[in-house]
Design a protein around this ligand. Structure first.
Ligand code: GDP
Ligand code: MG
Length: 439
């Protein structure tokens, strides 16, 4: 969304207790921010009303200890507006599951077909068939074929002289014969909605009875995307929405309105031109993105669940006593592994997304395993007393864990940085270079 909302949140977070007038001011900012971001007026009205009702109601003001709670309400209501839970892809009880994509020209339909087919192939061992149903531009068929080659998935096409409905008919028959478990129907788009386009899509729908009719919309088109979604839904009764180009400047205002206006779940988002740039849509993450604070709240909640509280207390005590050792070091890794993928966690930390190149950071689970192996190769004394680690001990650890001395030195360096960071954290400062912790 805009900086406005982030500023408002920041201001609020700095305050301790908040009053009713703070809430009102905050709501004004939120309303403006959402409207500026092209969120539908009725959606904004409804949303701000729900938040103020909860915030001003007894729920918060009576028991309020920190502004964090109102941030949490905003986050929860945004998540609810976005659909609360991720909605999985429909699946047919017998193969093939048919997925038809629709949308305006340039929305990202063909790219999305490639992305999802690849995603299913990689994650579900699927054997999809792609049907080239956009016959109006020869380049469109070629584009799908190139994508098919890239992901090693077959593409069925009959050139541009056959009607899309006939192509779909024959493509479906081929899929039956070959026992493909997924069929994707790529369709044509127009620059504007018109009857010819809609009638063609309806015919294809009738013939193929798709399990999913996904509408692909471009997030960058803002309010237009909402209008498009509304009329496609009216005419085709879509089963779900795909929001593409979320890698652009937009912060998801369109996603917010589309869900609220159509009532249909957003199932996937596109985050780039590459065929791997696809994500399952998670309302809570999108809410975080809209709020511009990463998924901090999700992270906090997740951490609360996953982190064994007793261990956390022990660790806190150790940090204060300055006895953080290698056992604690690898325990950190265990805790992190329980919390989910490292990349997810990095993404959740506010500000990380803004650091150039941070999105490219890949944390390699093998690397973690390697580091754990090095710690396991230490004697109990060495683990609690890092000062013992002279060069000959380091050589022994390297040999014992199958690593080079350089790698052992790196790990020890990382341990020391981690230790320093833990000390800073226990003294209440946000450590610089949080990323060091992850290797
Ligand atoms: P179609 O006309 O709906 O089939 O749209 P295409 O799949 O041909 O995509 C149109 C353009 O948008 C192409 O240049 C794609 O590379 C680009 N595109 C599609 N999805 C995304 C996305 O998620 N992010 C970005 N940055 N570009 C995308
Ligand atoms: Mg296309």
């Amino acid at each position: 969304l805009t900086e406005r909302l982030q500023d408002a949140m920041k201001k609020l977070r700095r305050k301790g207790k908040i009053t009713e007038s703070d809430v009102r001011e905050m709501m004004r900012e939120i309303r403006l921010a959402l409207l500026e971001a092209d969120v539908n007026f009725n959606v904004v009205k409804d949303f701000t009303k729900r938040v103020s009702d909860r915030a001003v109601g007894s729920e918060v003001l009576d028991t309020l200890t920190s502004a964090q709670q109102i941030v949490k309400i905003v986050d929860e209501e945004l998540t609810a507006t976005l659909g609360q839970e991720a909605v999985p892809l429909n699946k047919s009880p017998k193969i093939p599951t048919v997925i038809m994509v629709s949308g305006l020209q340039g929305a990202g339909k063909t790219t999305f077909v490639g992305k999802l087919a690849n995603f299913l192939k990689k994650n579900n061992d699927a054997r999809p068939l792609l049907i080239a149903g956009d016959v109006y531009r020869p380049a469109a068929i070629e584009q799908l074929k190139v994508i098919g080659q890239q992901i090693d998935v077959p593409v069925f096409d009959m050139g541009t002289d056959v009607s899309p409905v006939e192509i779909v008919r024959q493509g479906m028959a081929l899929a039956q014969e070959q026992k493909n478990d997924y069929v994707f129907i790529d369709t044509a788009g127009r620059l504007h909605i018109d009857d010819v386009l809609m009638n063609e899509l309806k015919e294809i729908k009738e013939l193929a009875t798709p399990d999913e009719i996904l509408l692909v919309v471009d997030a960058m088109t803002g309010q237009d995307a909402v209008n498009v979604a509304e009329s496609f839904n009216e005419q085709l009764s879509i089963t779900g929405v795909v929001v593409t180009k979320l890698d652009g400047d937009t912060r998801g205002g369109a996603a917010l309105s589309i869900r609220a206006v159509t009532g249909k779940p957003i199932k996937f988002v596109g985050t780039g031109e590459k065929l791997t740039d696809i994500e399952v849509f998670h309302p809570d993450r999108m809410s975080g993105r809209i709020l511009g604070m990463g998924d901090m709240l999700t992270l906090i909640e997740k951490a609360q669940q996953d982190y064994d509280e007793q261990k956390a207390e022990e660790l806190a005590l150790k940090m204060q006593e300055n006895t953080f050792d290698f056992n604690d070091f690898i325990e950190q890794f265990d805790q992190l592994q329980n919390m989910g993928s490292f990349e997810d966690i990095i993404k959740m930390i506010p500000g990380m997304n803004n650091i150039p190149g941070m999105d490219k950071v890949q944390i390699d689970p093998k690397d973690i395993e390697r580091k754990k192996a090095m710690v396991y190769s230490m004697t109990p004394e060495e683990r609690v007393n890092p000062d013992l680690l002279n060069p000959s001990r380091r050589r022994r650890i390297a040999a014992g864990s199958g690593n080079s001395v350089v790698q052992v030195n790196q790990m020890i360096k990382q341990f020391k940085e981690s230790k320093k960071m833990m000390q800073q954290m226990s003294s209440g400062k946000m450590p610089a270079g949080m990323d060091q912790m992850f290797g």
